[in-house]
Design a protein around this ligand. Structure first.
Ligand SMILES: [Zn+2]
Length: 280
């Protein structure tokens, strides 16, 4: 299989972004925080071969992974864990439980991501709870702060905030140039999470998919998800139909991004959430 191009960028002192073009299904980013040759690796991509690119990039800089953090349970962020079996791998406990269930059968993923079906590992390396390794007050290597959101893009997402460099390692809380996928979490909570991330005023955002982003990208996503939530409430209230809504909904800049078919999937999810509100 032809692997996507990986491009490593030093976004700030000791912070490395490893971006894979062009961020579509199964093609995700990774980041590393390097301190005295020791690296915290954030997300391991889909394939061990992709993860090999991460460790080669670190080796080239005289660094090695000492801790791996998975931002959420999606296989394109954890499939490369098997390549890091010699160092601790941590994730939010909710994500750990989902990954444990996924690890029994990865053929679901091969159907979702046919492009890499043959290479997707049959075995997943299940991370341990981040609370086993980090106490609430302890910062990550390099001075990073852990931000947890449960739910948001998925049932549980974590991001790393580097306050000194004002860099946000966002995982899939940020997509850039690729339509976000909002069917495994809760749109309203993702909107709230984005408000917290925007308030940090990051200078650089390393997204889960697509090229390096800024706070403006977070704002674009916020508008998209918030507008979708508003339209979905009107559908749930019976004021408009699903087909009306597609004409009314303005995706903003996201309308020009890859994977446009996800907007319909996201809207259906938003309507399900709005219907639950009506019932309760
Ligand atoms: Zn994801």
């Amino acid at each position: 299989v032809k692997l996507p191009i990986q491009c490593a960028t030093d976004v700030s002192d000791g912070i490395l972004a490893i971006i894979q073009e062009s961020g579509e299904m199964g093609v995700s980013n990774s980041a590393a925080v390097i301190e005295n040759g020791h690296a915290l690796v954030v997300d391991t991509m889909l394939l061990p071969e992709m993860a090999h690119g991460i460790t080669e990039t670190l080796r080239f800089r005289g660094a090695r992974a000492v801790l791996v953090l998975n931002t959420h349970h999606h296989i394109d962020h954890i499939g490369g864990n098997v390549h890091f079996s010699s160092c601790p791998i941590i994730a939010h406990p909710v994500a750990v439980e989902i990954i444990r269930q996924m690890s029994a059968d990865t053929t679901v993923a091969t159907r979702l991501i046919p492009r890499f079906a043959a290479e997707i590992p049959r075995r997943l390396q299940v991370p341990e709870s981040l609370y086993n390794r980090l106490t609430a007050s302890e910062s990550l290597p390099g001075g990073g702060e852990l931000l947890t959101f449960s739910p948001a893009h998925t049932a549980a997402d974590v991001a790393v905030w580097m306050p000194e460099q004002r860099v946000l390692l966002a995982g899939d809380l940020c997509f850039n140039g690729v339509t976000p996928l909002a069917i495994h979490g809760r749109l309203q909570d993702w909107v709230a999470a984005l408000e917290i991330l925007i308030a940090l005023a990051p200078v650089v955002v390393v997204p889960g998919h697509g090229p390096l982003a800024t706070v403006a990208t977070l704002e674009t996503l916020h508008s998209y998800l918030q507008a979708m939530t508003a339209v979905a409430r009107r559908i749930a209230a019976g004021e408009i139909t699903m087909s009306d809504s597609l004409e009314m909904f303005d995706p903003g800049d996201v309308g020009n991004w890859l994977e446009p078919g996800r907007t319909m999937m996201n809207l259906r999810q938003a309507v399900r959430e709005a219907q639950q509100e009506v019932v309760h």
